[in-house]
Write a protein of this length. Structure first.
Ligand code: SAM
Length: 242
């Protein structure tokens, strides 16, 4: 079914669906305060575009393996865009801040991928640098709400009325396999994509940070800097190189 609704359409739809494009991105204050920023898993580039629009004058660099998303990001030429995976980045001591917004951390689904990505980020940072990233807290079991009952109705960039729904195929050891179906409002699917996301708890995140040369500098339970509690849906971490 994929292809009826193109990769370019899907990338544009991500921006329509993303509430942070219209509202505040929790990473934005960190980005605006840093003179050089590496945004890992940049997607369509909204965060760095906005930072430039709001007057950021330093180095802004976005990395993502998705060529189509980067195509949208590249509409702005005063930001560096690199195609590639976090694990393979070759930056060394160049950035004051690395960000992984929008649950990018959940894309690293194996122990090896998580370790390799954080090691590459650590290597890219200056000794006085910071990493900020968020990930869904497994205790909130977000996947239980990824059902057709919780579908989102949206009007896309072409003015087409669509319904976006998710179905979980499996949950194994914190790794969730799901499908996303984009359908016309009459229910006819125009595209189906499959994805895999890993949910990692706070103790495991801390072990991983320690193993890759970081220590936790600050911890929040949402993008608004609220405390992390048993009821939090997110784990937002600011980490510093050791
Ligand atoms: C949910 S999107 C988030 C995009 C963006 N950071 C945001 O806040 O909207 C996840 C992004 O992670 C990217 N991604 C997947 N695997 C990756 C990897 N190994 N290294 C870097 N980025 C990756 C995807 O291509 C996608 O653009």
């Amino acid at each position: 079914m994929a292809g009826v609704y193109s990769d370019e359409d899907l990338a544009a739809l991500c921006d329509v669906l993303d509430p942070r494009v219209a509202g505040d991105d929790p990473c934005l204050p960190h980005v605006m305060a840093a003179d050089s920023v590496l945004d890992v898993g940049r997607g369509t580039g909204a965060l760095l575009h906005r930072a430039r629009r709001e007057g950021h004058t330093g180095r802004l660099c976005g990395v993502d393996p998705d060529v189509t998303a980067l195509g949208r990001a590249r509409t702005r030429r005063d930001v560096e865009w690199c195609q590639g995976r976090a694990e393979d980045m070759g930056f060394r001591g160049e950035f004051a801040l690395a960000s992984m917004a929008g649950n990018v951390f959940q894309q690293f689904v194996t122990d090896a991928a998580q370790h390799a990505a954080l090691t590459a980020v650590r290597t890219a940072l200056r000794e006085d640098g910071r990493l900020v990233f968020g990930t869904r807290d497994p205790r909130a079991r977000a996947w239980e709400r990824w059902t057709p009952d919780h579908a989102t109705e949206v009007v896309d960039h072409h003015g087409r009325a669509l319904r976006v729904e998710h179905r979980v195929e499996s949950v194994e050891g914190g790794v969730v396999t799901l499908t996303e179906t984009i359908a016309d409002r009459d229910g006819a699917p125009v595209r189906v994509d499959r994805g895999v996301l890993r949910f990692t708890g706070v103790e495991e995140i801390d072990r991983l940070l320690t193993a890759t040369g970081f220590r936790v500098h600050a911890r929040f339970g949402d993008g608004g800097r609220g405390p992390l509690t048993d009821a939090s849906r997110e784990i937002v971490t600011v980490a510093r190189p050791v």
